[in-house]
Write a new protein. Sequence first.
Length: 213
Amino acid sequence: MAILVEISEALQNGRSRDIKGLVEQALGEGIAADVILKEGLLSGMDVIGEQFKNGEIFVPEVLMAARCLNNGTAVLKPYLAENGVKAKGKVCIGTVQGDLHDIGKNMVKMMMEGKGLEVIDLGKDVSPETFVQTAIEQECGIICLSSLLTTTMGVMAEVVKKANEMGIRDKVKIMIGGAPVSDKFCKEIGADVYAPDAASAADAAVEIFNEVK
């Protein structure tokens, strides 16, 4: 359907002012909200994710696409709720305690939402207890940890330890990322996934939820 292609292309081009009208037009044409979400908005974000991963676009373009996604989903939300459409999975994300950086974390959040996941953003300077308690209360399948400082990397190990202590380690995957973090460190602390960039983190999260199904 031409309108879905137009929605996808508008998102890829960052035309946030046009998205609302295009989504409303698609609804007016009788296209189901979940189809508009999947084949219009999310297909556009898939392209953005690949381009970002390949270094073809940069942070400003991703931010513009994310704004389009937010504008479009705001129109669709009541229709999706009506039809009982649920997110593919739920993630809680935050920058670990002692670290106040959040640009990378925000990018991961946007990419994950662009894949149709529900993301609970805990912000920055988040304690291990908060990560694990949120995962329990919100029934998250993934805890996503960001650290931009070598001095706060150790907190990631504390989150893994806390998840073990609180008996949810077998129910939740722990994903880590950030400039000083590596796959070697991920294995050392007993986390599950190291993601080198936001697009890879989103892809890995979708894979995890697909395996659960």
